[in-house]
Each structure stands twice: as C-alpha cells, then as structure tokens.
Design a protein. Sequence first.
Length: 285
Amino acid sequence: MKAKIHSYNGFFTIIIIVLFLFPIPLMSQDNAIKLVYNYPGGTPVRYINTSKVKQDMNIDGQSMVVNVLKILGTTVKSSGIDDKNLVLEITIDTLAQTVDTPGGLTGGAIKDVLGKSFSMKINPQGKEIDISGAEKITFTTDDGTTSSAAQSFNDFFPDLPEDAIIPGYIWSSTDTVRNKTSVMKQVTVVKSENKFEGFEQLNDTKCAKITYLLSGSWEIKTQSQGMELNIKGPFTGSGVLYFSPEKGYFLKNDIKTRMTGNMEIAEQNVSIPIIMDMSSTTEVR
C-alpha cells in the first residue's frame, strides 16, 4: 500500500513543501473481502482535506515556530473505465494556504484554480496511472512559488492491497514519492505497516477500518532568501483509514507524522535542528 504524505498532501510552504502519505485498501467468499475503487458513474463525491504543519527550528538556543495550514476541497466523479482503469473527473472547489511565522501571517485563498477540472486515471487498487491533466493546472502562492495541482493529487487516493483480506490481516508496503515546485525538490521514502481491524460504522456506512504505522525519510532541497537549504531526516507516524466496500471509495483518512532532522545551509556551513509535526484529515463532506 502506498504511503502518502498528502498528500502530506502538502504541497508548498515558505521553507518546506509538505507532502502526505498514506497506505491502504466487494465481498468475497469465506468472510474475505476484496477492496477496490469503483466510484459511481455520474454521482459526485466531495472531499475536504485539512493539512497542518508545525515547524520548530532551534536557532542558537531560540525556538522559531512556523505553522502552515492548507485546505483543499475537491469533487470526484467517475467518467468510466479505460482498459480496466477508472477514469475520474476532478474539480478543485477550494484551495487555500496560510503560513504563520514570527514575522506575521501570510497567504489565503488561491483563487486561480477554483472551479478548474481535469481527468486522471487510477487502477482498481488506487495507483495513479495518469495525472498529466493535473500537471497543467498551475498557480503561484504569496511567496512566489509556482506549483501544480499534481502536488496534491499524485497521492490523493490511498492504495489498496491486491489480495482479499480478513480482519486481523497484516501487510507491509513501501513507496518513494517525488515532488517539486519552482524552488523545491523533495524525495520521500516511506514504509507502511498496515492492519485490517475489521468493520466499523462511519456516517451510517459500513466501512473497512485499516490502521497503519509509518516510517521513512525526507529530503528537501529548496531556496530561501538566496540561500540553498537542504532539509532531511527520518519520520514516524500513524493513521486510520475508513473504506466503504459497498460505495467503492474511502470516506475518511487521518494521518499524523513527526520528522526530526536538520536544515543545512550550504553557504554558511550551518546545520539547524528542526522538528516537523504534521497532520492531515481527508473526509467526505
């Protein structure tokens, strides 16, 4: 199952761009279940994602905290099947980001992309097959960083296991996610340990509940105020996913991670300790 730092879905910040990750998964015989995506044709499913990052840097014994909040609202609708892959029409309903630093609060709604749509393909297990349409939708944030919608949708759908599973089933997955903007390149390597806990009601819908533990590493190369910055370190985290076998899509995904590492400033030969606490919730609205 692919991990998503959604996401960790994050996608653009002053010093860092956040990315999110998450793992994941019709009834079969012998109480086993096969989880597959099967969004209903012509019926829109609306999601809201709220992502938060708290970045704490220790500079000469002084703590400098930066808080980033991102909100993404989107509508997903099936357009049919192409060679066993699900064709989805994605519309961006809401996109906003704020950055709260010791110098003040910046950001807000990003209106350039509101109402824009694109098509993408995923396989029945949620792996993104084609997101070229999202790459064509670009926008610029207050700090001058240019990004594309692909930053949010290249890992929006949690991957499902290929095998039929029963409650108590445990499986592992690994993934490498690459992201970039006009000023940043990021590589995230993540391992996910997943467990199918059983069934649970969510919003009056019977869902497969999956819990997971995350571990891995981040490496971000970016620029700020004319300086080259290299941010890297390991992270750990956990999450819970609710997937409806009957509806054919996930209803909610919660993730929390912490990265503890260093920010290296090449020009000054300086290494600054940094901690990033990240949380992301994506749910049907």
